[in-house]
Design a protein around this ligand. Structure first.
Ligand code: ATP
Ligand code: MG
Length: 292
């Protein structure tokens, strides 16, 4: 096995056999660690490495997955996350809060999103409801969290545009093969983290409400995390508890309550922490290519 000493001290690099050739795919390891054993002869140890012994238990030689295996797994998770190409560039680190006229709510939103990714606990299930005007970067932050969770924690995530998801469910249902419908829904139910982008963007009908309730309730009951973005104001539906008179309802903008129903809006508040984002449309403000 070739090892290359890269600097004084105990760090060595050893070739990761997934890549094999010199250069790319090296693992950094301590000099008393065995490297990625895919290179070794034992097939049962493929992709594993031995952890350094502890002084308190010198004979305890535990074996763990090699980092190259974890990275490969995370790349598979990333490919399966369904992130649209137009948002592939979005990362928490590339979200800027430092530009002239930046609304203070953006810094708060960025901090809350970063903290959420850092402290994510799969047993908790609390998600995020990101509410804000057009182009404030709601989807950017949701994708940034997703990529962080996948690449740093190996969490399975799934991104869906709300309209796309409903269309896919409807298409599979129209095919009159109910098992196909379940094929679309199963990953939506089972992903550790689901991003539902642009909630409420479809004209509300009984079917839409039933479908959204099924998805959100199933995930809520299974304690799975859902991250939601929406442009609709987090206000009650017209007429809910006499909130708005019919005359005023006709002239006001539609609210989240109007689009998903009051019961689901209330369920969302149980499931998610709310992040509000104000400010101008980033796309309009910065037309330069560096921000697209
Ligand atoms: N603060 C920011 N820093 C860097 N890029 C940003 C920022 N805000 C938005 N963008 C970029 O601007 C574009 C629009 O942002 P995004 O789609 O996330 O906004 P949105 O709030 O989801 O808009 P919409 O309401 O139309 O869905 C994206 O390419 C995104 O990467
Ligand atoms: Mg968006």
């Amino acid at each position: 096995m070739s090892t290359v000493k890269i600097r004084a001290g105990s760090l060595f690099r050893t070739p990761c056999s997934r890549i094999g050739a010199a250069g790319a795919g090296f693992e950094e390891r301590n000099d008393d660690q065995k490297g990625c054993q895919t290179i070794g002869s034992s097939k049962t140890q493929a992709g594993r490495k031995t952890l350094p012994a502890r002084s308190s238990a010198p004979k305890d030689r535990r074996v763990t997955r090699c980092d190259c295996q974890l990275r490969a797994r995370n790349q598979t998770l990333l490919a399966a996350a369904n992130i649209p190409r137009r948002y592939e560039h979005c990362e928490l680190a590339s979200y800027t809060i430092d530009f002239p006229g930046a609304n203070p709510s953006l810094a708060f939103a960025h901090l809350a999103a970063s903290k959420f990714a850092q402290e994510y606990d799969p047993r908790d299930g609390t998600g995020l409801l990101i509410i804000g005007k057009i182009g404030t970067g709601k989807t950017h932050l949701a994708v940034g969290i997703t990529k962080d969770l996948i690449l740093n924690k190996g969490i399975s995530c799934l991104f869906y545009d709300y309209r796309e998801l409903l269309k896919e469910i409807q298409n599979s249902y129209n095919a009159a093969v109910q098992t196909t419908e379940l094929d679309v829904l199963r990953p939506v139910f089972e992903a550790d983290v689901l991003v539902l982008d642009e909630l409420g963007a479809v004209k509300p009908t009984e079917w839409v409400w039933d479908t959204v309730s099924l998805i959100l309730n199933t995930r809520y009951n299974d304690n799975r995390t859902t991250i939601i973005t929406t442009n609709f104001e987090d206000q009650p539906a017209a007429g809910a508890n006499g909130s708005v008179s019919p005359a005023r309802a006709a002239s006001r903008s539609e609210t989240l309550g109007d689009r998903i129903g009051e019961r689901m809006r209330s369920r969302l508040h149980e499931m998610c922490r709310v992040i509000r984002m104000e400010g101008e449309d980033f796309r309009q403000k910065f037309r330069s290519a560096s921000f697209r």
